[in-house]
Design a protein around this ligand. Sequence first.
Ligand code: SF4
Length: 325
Amino acid sequence: MTLLEIRDLKVYYYAFDGVVKAVDGVSLDIKSGEFFGLIGESGCGKSTLGNAILRLVPPPGRVAGGSIYFHGEDILQLPEDRMREIRGDRISMIFQDPTAALDPVYTIGDQIVETILAHNPEVSKKDAEARAIELLKLVGIPGAEARIHEYPHQFSGGMRQRAVIAIALANNPELLIADEPTTNLDVTIEAQILTLLDELRRKLNMSILLITHNIGIVAEYTDRVGVMYAGKLVEVGRTVDVLTDPKHPYTQGLLGAIPGRGGRKGRVTEIPGTVPNLANPPPGCRFHPRCPKRFDPCDQEEPALVRLPGEGRMVACHLYRGPES
Ligand code: SF4
């Protein structure tokens, strides 16, 4: 069952020197209970897309078009008070820096309790505290009864990220958006946090949208993956299909850039050329200046995302357009 349907989403930043089209016509579905990875180089629009789902695009950015249906309701059209009910309740988000996400002057327990009470004012403080302890246990924090009284600085980096996850789960969200949640953690803690998220997803039947530049993580944990380039979704499909048989030349470049491909710990590295300026992107396919396979139509016609054989496989590249195109 589809939980989230993004249709032709456009998010633009209105800067002094031009309009930056950070997300430009992206359509994407996330199913109930699935682990979906969104990958691409820095600045490709993946974090902007995550923020747009929660209507948290910072100014001078704003949604310039499209729809985001959550349970069939376009959340971009909801009044802000209704959106506040969804944000942090049915859709939650965790960010890359747990230190910035926690308030240093309140205990971890107070911060979880506050999140519970903000969406459930009928719950007593005592019950909210009991739930806070339960949540800290759920995310694997030992001695939860005592540790709810501690402050963020008394937690290690990995424990702080677990506490942030506990806050995000406080109200049993159906969708958790995780934006580079392990970037600042060492690899052992990174694996622990991602394994924890995967276990929680299964246990709570939650969907996760994982935004990352790390293909190794995508390979290890996600069911499906979307590849973004310069504000566009260029390929989507089952992770195993996309990573073993990438169709789009950009995806092929990303995977080819991983040293010792097949080892699953590679990180995305540079492809020759530079990411285009999204205030003035190249005409036609935005990847054409860097594409080794470009041909006649590529610098003039923008390729549409077309369905390929295989479960939910789609690609935006003229190499795959049908004979009738
Ligand atoms: Fe390369 Fe053309 Fe495909 Fe773009 S449309 S990725 S330039 S072959």
